[in-house]
Design a protein around this ligand. Structure first.
Ligand SMILES: [Zn+2]
Length: 508
């Protein structure tokens, strides 16, 4: 006996076996039981959520030989032929390949004939939004005055592309994406009947990869069974999907919360050595960040059985909500940029570093912390540039103020003659002078004497040099930030603007 793929074998054949679309099923059951039938239905929803499956079930309900019913018998020849895909009065068209007005005319000509076998001729038009405008127009006339024996069931992933005139003549149902828990529960029900042993984590991985589509979940399940030689282990499934072990992502976010750049690089390296897909890593990182936001805003919405729940909750406390939002955006953007990066690892690492350096209070370049390198310049000879020397000295408080505001008049043999503006004469007291003297002594490795007088200065002080440099660096920083394409993307994403006053120049 040949193997039948699970997606086909377990395709629901009645409302009772259809999972995850309770709201639609309830409304349709009610309409059928009350015999309040509409002549055109529109099922909307993303791919793989069960639109055509539902259309076939509805066709059975309408044509079952036991009468119009919400519970078709699945035994009469009409039911059996519909299930087998060979019922002459169920006409399925894929609008993605039959878009033209000629195809539509041929189809509509067919509506004039009474059903061959059934009660109704049922036309299922999948991806109906692909029809041309003229095809829609010719369909419209039939929709306005449909023959009694005709039912239209339209399905689409993109209802916005359907003309309003058509929409208004259909009874519309929106099919939801299948929640992961529903997919897992369904797989858990199927597997024992297929005599296949499984680990629950394997099912969660499949459900996540299926992204809301039961059909995709069942195809992946088929693949996983083949891959694992008849059983389902989480490790095998993870390998098959190229899925990323969540502990890597948690470690990344923990390093991010701790501002630990080297750890980020190390983890990214480790992930590369295991050949993990960086694209899925960014996708998973984005969903983990979504969970942090949930934990921060609607804790009740966080799944009870979430793996590593405690660690997620701790991260939600450690990283502020705005930063989580920004990291989420950066992760999405990073996925887009991945194909443009020198290589995937580089693109991934760059994305992580962006998360590390960007902070949401204004779009600021992170401060680069450079340790002051006094040691290497120690014992150097004085080159005559007093203002530059002062900038290098490890000074603080009033001694620093004194040094910054003095100008050099002369120097010889370790004696420095300095002038300070009259307005700062109060700084010339012995204690500040002695402190400055000691530090200069340490700088040059010899004894230094300072003579400070109050008088006229000419702007050659460290203070005025600094303010000029600061102005230039700020202008440079503003230019760099404004010109950075990533910043521009952020500005567009958040519909915001860069507040120049929040840009900090690099610290020296
Ligand atoms: Zn039947």
């Amino acid at each position: 006996m040949s193997y039948q793929v699970l997606a086909r074998k377990w395709r629901p054949r009645d409302f009772a076996s259809l999972v995850g679309q309770e709201h639609v099923v309830k409304a349709l059951r009610h309409a059928l039981e009350q015999q309040r039938l509409h002549h055109a239905y529109l099922f909307t929803g993303t791919r793989g959520v069960g639109k055509t499956t539902l259309a076939r079930i509805l066709a059975k309900c309408l044509n079952c030989e036991t009468g119009i019913t919400a519970a078709p018998c699945s035994k009469c020849s009409s039911c059996v032929e519909i299930d087998g895909g060979r019922f002459p009065d169920l006409i399925e068209i894929d609008a993605a390949t039959n878009t033209g007005v000629d195809e539509m005319r041929a189809l509509l000509d067919n509506t004039a004939y009474v059903p061959v076998r059934g009660r109704f001729k049922v036309f299922v038009i999948d991806e109906v939004h692909m029809l041309s405008k003229s095809a829609f127009n010719s369909m419209l006339k039939t929709l306005e005055e449909p023959p009694e024996h005709i039912k239209f069931i339209l399905a689409t992933t993109d209802p916005q592309k359907i003309p309003v005139t058509v929409l208004s003549r259909c009874l519309q149902f929106n099919l939801k994406q299948m929640p992961r828990a529903v997919i897992v529960a369904h797989l858990e029900k199927i597997l024992p009947q297929e005599n296949i042993a499984f680990e629950r984590d394997a099912l969660s991985l499949i459900a996540r990869a299926a992204a809301g589509s039961m059909r995709d979940a069942l195809s992946l399940l088929d693949q996983a069974i083949a891959h694992g030689a008849g059983k389902l282990a989480a490790a095998d499934v993870r390998e098959m999907l190229g899925a990323v072990d969540e502990t890597y992502l948690l470690r990344l976010l923990e390093a991010l919360a701790g501002g630990d750049g080297p750890a980020l690089a190390e983890i990214a390296e480790e992930m590369q050595s295991r050949s993990l897909s960086f694209d899925s890593a960014l996708q998973d990182l984005a969903s983990l960040l979504l969970r942090l936001t949930l934990a921060q805003t609607v804790p009740a919405a966080l799944e009870e059985d979430l793996p590593e729940r405690e660690r997620v909750l701790a991260l939600a406390k450690a990283i502020d909500p705005e930063t989580v939002q920004l990291c989420y955006q950066i992760a999405l953007q990073g996925r887009d940029d991945l194909s443009l990066a020198p290589d995937e690892h580089a693109g991934f690492l760059m994305t992580l570093l962006r998360m590390l350096v960007f902070r949401p209070d204004g779009v600021a370049i992170a401060e680069k912390k450079e340790t002051k390198t006094i040691a290497s310049e120690k014992k150097a000879e004085f080159d005559g540039n007093w203002a530059a020397l002062v900038q290098k000295l490890p000074l603080s408080g009033a001694a620093k103020e004194l040094a910054r505001n003095t100008e050099l008049k002369s120097h010889a043999g370790g004696v420095f003659e300095l002038t300070v503006p009259k307005t700062m004469a109060h700084l010339t007291g012995d204690s500040y002078r002695e402190k400055l003297q000691a530090i200069l002594g340490a700088q040059f490795g010899r004894s230094v004497k300072l003579q400070i007088t109050a008088g006229e200065t000419n702007g050659a002080t460290a203070a005025s040099l600094e303010s000029a440099q600061k102005g230039a660096r700020r202008a440079e920083a503003v230019r760099a930030v404004q010109g950075d394409s990533f910043v521009q993307d952020l500005v567009n994403l958040f519909d915001g603007r860069v507040v120049d006053s929040t840009i900090k120049e690099k610290q020296r």
